[in-house]
Design a protein around this ligand. Structure first.
Ligand SMILES: *Cc1c(COP(=O)(O)O)cnc(C)c1O
Length: 231
């Protein structure tokens, strides 16, 4: 088994080799289900961004990591329930999964209360799957416009999760579509803060980068296979 350090080196090498496609690609190490010790190792290897998908799992881990998280950007990537918005606002630099107006209202309210402007990505749904979370592609302009009315939210881009498929090439059309939606919002609203396109995970990040992603969310390719406690 490869070590976290070797894995990170390898991913950085791949990203670097593709730099001609996109400038300034951010790697977010997704540490859900992995312990603070492994996160600490990743930070030692120069990882500057970490992502978690559950508040109740993230907070004790952040506490265990203490000062080693100084200057590290924390991303929330899971589905966020409105009643957990307060904790998310208090503990995360970027909420990648903004997917409803109700959630935006709660994020805005709690951010206002602590004098923060919360960075968020809108989760866009380009698939027709009913089960998928995210704002449907055809509603994204309207949703973005509504978000501009929340003074304590800063929308800095989009996040996309393609439908699960064993064939990684199946994700490509979704990434293409995500890139189109991203560019169309950029040119309609001309907002300089709108610049992040978060797409691509361990299996498909190369394809996502080829299709214009500038932020990849990598879990298992850095930390190894995930073991879920209830499986
Ligand atoms: C778990 C997760 C990832 C990382 O998945 P890997 O396949 O382990 O890289 C990325 N994004 C989201 C939204 C996730 O939930």
């Amino acid at each position: 088994m490869k070590t976290v350090s070797e894995n990170i080196k390898n991913i950085k090498m791949i990203v670097k080799s593709m730099r001609n496609a996109v400038e300034g690609i951010e790697i977010v190490a997704i540490s859900k289900t992995f312990g603070a010790d492994l996160v600490f190792e990743a930070l030692k290897c120069g990882i500057t961004d970490i992502g978690e998908s559950k508040i109740q799992e993230a907070l004790p881990k952040f506490e265990a990591l203490g000062d080693s998280l100084k200057g590290i950007k924390k991303h929330f990537i899971g589905h966020l329930q409105s009643n957990k918005a307060k904790k998310a606002v208090e503990n995360f630099d970027l909420i990648q999964s903004l997917d409803s107006l109700g959630l935006a209202k709660e994020i805005n309210r709690h951010s206002y209360n602590i004098g923060k402007k919360q960075n968020c990505l809108i989760e866009v749904k380009v698939s027709k799957e009913i089960s998928k979370t995210g704002i449907a592609q055809q509603d994204i302009d309207g949703f973005y416009k509504e978000c501009l009315n929340f003074p304590n939210i800063l929308i800095s881009g989009l996040m996309l999760i393609p439908p699960a498929n064993e064939d990684i090439e199946a994700a490509r059309p979704y990434f293409k579509e995500g890139f189109n939606v991203f560019n169309s919002l950029k040119s309609s609203f001309k907002n300089e803060n709108f610049k992040v396109l978060s797409m691509g995970m361990s299996a498909d990040f190369k394809i996502a980068l080829e299709e214009g992603s500038n932020m990849i969310r990598i879990g298992s390719a850095i930390f190894g296979d995930r073991q879920y406690a209830n499986q």
